[in-house]
Design a protein around this ligand. Structure first.
Ligand SMILES: [Zn+2]
Ligand SMILES: [Zn+2]
Length: 241
């Protein structure tokens, strides 16, 4: 299995990331990708850009040097009731792909029940496409309960390569979550969460884990142009016109 698109990365408007948009495009070219999604943190994250960053994303050409660029955001889950970064609706209008993720700085780790309730609320949030790095061991939740509801709520699950390396205990959680996605036929994306151009498209650890559990390629939305296209055209977005 391989990926043709990487749907989670940060440019240098996220302060602990180091590459510009055009450098991330170069990273995508080097990795042989057809598409990337730029997904900086929401503005209430201390490391996120102003909300005008998102409002202006429609300035970004659909294609740069042969790489399709998808306008995205990584929302922080901010409250057990399923809160996410507050952004004016007009600033969200260009957004085509939105992750929602737990980050310790905005959601102090609590109990399994509280994490599960927050994720259940996100299931019903119409602005969110995907759960980001769900395998973070600081945020235990009822895996089967949430994954079993993803298809009914139109949510996909991200398997985050960076988590496997930097978040202790993530590997086992990610494998368990992926097994449940297989069981419930929940589509996933496999992403790098790159913070520098040299990591774009590098998801080798995540792909190896998926191969170990014999994860079906047809459920990986970014494993072929056709599957990527099907996911986005199903949401009214034409990536390759
Ligand atoms: Zn994140
Ligand atoms: Zn991220």
């Amino acid at each position: 299995m391989k990926i043709v698109a990487d749907l989670h990365m940060h440019t240098s408007v996220t302060h602990h990331a180091f590459s510009s948009l055009t450098e991330m495009v170069r990273g995508a070219q080097d990795a042989g990708l057809a598409a990337i999604a730029i997904t900086n943190h929401g503005p209430t994250n201390p490391d996120g850009p102003h909300e005008w960053h998102f409002a202006n994303m429609d300035l970004i050409p659909r294609q740069i040097d042969g790489v399709t660029v998808i306008r995205g955001i990584e929302f922080d889950i901010t409250a057990p009731a399923g809160g996410i970064n507050v952004i004016a609706n007009k600033c969200l209008r260009p957004i085509e792909f939105a992750l929602a993720s737990f980050h310790e700085c905005l959601f102090p780790p609590a109990t399994k029940e509280i994490h599960t309730a927050a994720l259940e609320a996100i299931l019903h949030n119409p602005y969110v496409n995907a759960f980001g790095h769900l395998g973070n061991a600081n945020f235990d939740f009822d895996h089967e309960y949430i994954i079993s509801k993803c298809n009914d709520c139109g949510k996909i699950v991200e398997i985050n390569n960076a988590s496997l390396n930097i978040r202790a205990g993530s590997r086992q959680n990610c494998a368990d979550i992926a097994r449940l996605c297989k069981k419930y036929e929940v589509p996933i994306s496999v992403d790098s969460d790159s913070h520098i151009e040299y990591r774009v498209g590098h998801v080798e650890g995540a792909l190896a884990m998926l191969e170990e559990i014999d994860f079906p390629e047809e459920l990986v939305i970014n494993s072929s142009i056709d599957r990527l296209n099907a996911y986005f055209t199903g949401r009214g977005i034409n990536l390759f016109d």
